[in-house]
Write a protein that binds this ligand. Structure first.
Ligand code: ME8
Length: 524
């Protein structure tokens, strides 16, 4: 039996509506969660919103509303986005929930009990945009938003000099254990390029971390120091435990957060330090198990797209899904962006790619073969006569594709785009088989052979739809409905089944409409 699998996205700041980067992370994480479920694993998937901190407090103040009101309004938009994109989360966590305050206070207390927290005065640089403290040596001199030369964070955001009483975490104590973690577990941080960066950062020495604030109160109260709220990242990272019921020792928590489970955090490249240095150090301090893997994906950039001037490059992912289709957007992002690297998108790229791979390749194959079955085989899956070398190869290659796809997705690097490439090759090969065998011509000369070709085409579509279900779930389910497949026979375990001759099929209909470039979009 494989271990229970717990997968999470980062929790997003709801200081504004979701953008395409949030959608990308949710879609990629969802695809991996679905892949693991199709493989038969016990999966728990969590996403949510990170609602405390100065950034939220300032965004609410700018709108002259309470932070909770802003959080309620925007968290709802994140939930709408996840539902729209068919994100199969088990829990959507909001850090303003009561159980989360309790969990954050528990991990705080565990670190305090260890002797890892002390009170002192913080004096240094803080970036509200990144909700991060920076060392003087990390800052860059560059042109700031006002046009003059300024000190900026390594992410290019403004920093301010901060002086206040603060609780500190003895991060310095964890330098050696963290280096050991990186060295003993090459899988802990992927891709490797980010691992090398973090090893360098930790080798450079770790300063103790300021982990509470007194200058505002929008956060989780520090136990025993009521005038302090926790640094937002302490509470943010704890969300992964809260969602499992921590500190309760029964139920989901021991099942999904233990040596006997695989915990995977999918996050963007800008927050790798928080997840692979601070988070494991907090967990070590609290004597809690560590995640098995943190994957730092790249950024999705909208190049070639005309964007609204007032909001910079923010595009509403729900509007994109409305325009192009949910599965079209999912397919595009997952196949176009190399997981772990930056990628770019434009309306034209989405239209071109999904028309080629989904409408022309997959859609046409299904539409042509299923309408032939409807017309010539009394709407039933025909019986197959003896297989020729062509069918043998068709089925053998689908089997190898399945094996290779699983091997790729199980190696820890999650090369999602390469797994999809394998499937695209199979779609093309199945189309080629159908064109070469020309069942419409065989119908006149050798009807039994025409039936055999239609049978194998239908069986190939069944296997392809199962193999693509983690990428484009709604469309594959529609395809499997057209093949009259029971809903409980659609997982990887059913790849070995074969479609039943004589099965009555519903009236075929198109699954992938051909997209047109929306009139309002530029050519990119
Ligand atoms: O960082 N492309 O929240 P966030 C791809 N609350 N991913 C992107 C992206 C882009 N253009 N822009 C952002 C936070 N992301 C914290 C996380 S977790 C305990 C707390 C990713 O709303 C980003 O890297 O700024 C992060 O993984 C996620 O979106 C949320 O970003």
């Amino acid at each position: 039996m494989s271990k229970p699998f717990y997968i999470t996205t980062a929790i997003s700041y709801p200081n504004g509506p979701p953008h395409i980067g949030h959608a990308y992370e949710a879609i990629a994480t969802d695809a991996i969660a679905r892949f693991q479920r199709l493989s038969g694993r016990d999966v728990r998937f969590q996403t949510g919103t990170d609602e405390h901190g100065l950034k939220m407090a300032q965004a609410a103040a700018a709108k002259q509303i309470a932070p909770q009101e802003l959080a309620d309004e925007m968290a709802n938009q994140f939930i709408v986005m996840c539902n729209k994109l068919n994100i199969s989360y088990d829990r959507f966590i909001r850090t303003t929930e009561i159980d989360h305050h309790k969990a954050s206070q528990s991990i705080w207390q565990a670190m305090a009990d260890k002797g890892d927290l002390y009170l002192d005065k913080y004096e240094g640089w803080y970036s509200v945009r990144d909700e991060a403290y920076y060392d003087e040596s990390e800052l860059i001199e560059a042109e700031g938003e006002g046009g003059s030369q300024e000190k900026l964070s390594p992410q290019g955001t403004p920093v301010e000099w901060t002086v206040e009483e603060s609780w500190f975490f003895r991060l310095s104590k964890y330098q050696k254990p963290l280096l050991k973690l990186f060295n003993d577990n090459p899988e802990f941080l992927k891709p490797d390029s980010r691992r090398n960066e973090m090893i360098k950062f930790v080798e450079g020495g770790l300063k103790d971390l300021s982990i509470s604030r007194t200058s505002f109160d929008w956060g989780v109260k520090v136990p025993g120091s009521e005038n302090h709220v926790m640094y937002v990242w302490i509470d943010a990272l704890t969300n992964y435990l809260t969602g499992l019921g921590y500190p309760q020792e029964t139920g989901l928590y021991p099942k999904f957060w233990s040596e006997g489970s695989d915990v995977t955090h999918i996050i963007g490249k800008d927050i790798v330090r928080f997840h692979t240095v601070y988070w494991p150090a907090f967990l070590m301090s609290a004597d809690l198990p560590l995640p098995k893997q943190v994957f730092g994906h790249g950024f999705v950039l909208n190049r070639g797209e005309k964007m609204s001037k007032s909001v910079g490059n923010v595009v509403d992912p729900v509007a994109l899904a409305d325009t192009f289709g949910v599965d079209q957007l999912r397919y595009f992002l997952l196949s176009e962006v190399i997981f772990g690297k930056d990628g770019s998108y434009s309306a034209e790229m989405i239209v071109t790619k999904t028309n080629a791979d989904l409408a022309n390749n997959f859609g046409n194959l299904a539409q042509r073969s299923l309408s032939m079955i409807a017309k010539n085989c009394e709407e039933k899956i025909p019986s197959a006569g003896p297989e020729t070398a062509a069918e043998e190869q068709l089925i053998r290659d689908l089997g190898s594709c399945f094996t290779n796809m699983k091997a790729l997705m199980e190696n820890g690097d999650y090369p999602i785009h390469s797994a999809i490439d394998l499937l695209r090759e199979r779609l093309s090969a199945t189309n080629q088989y159908f064109a070469d065998q020309a069942p419409w011509a065989l119908r006149k000369t050798d009807p039994a052979r025409a039936d055999t070709v239609l049978y194998y085409t239908a069986e190939s579509i069944r296997q392809l739809a199962i193999m693509l279900r983690w990428v484009i779930p709604q469309s594959c389910d529609k395809m499997l409905d057209l093949l009259a497949q029971d809903t409980d026979k659609r997982s990887f375990a059913h790849m070995d089944n074969v479609i039943e001759p004589g099965l009555t099929l519903p009236v075929p209909s198109g699954v992938f409409p051909r997209l047109e470039m929306p009139a309002s979009e530029g050519k990119g």
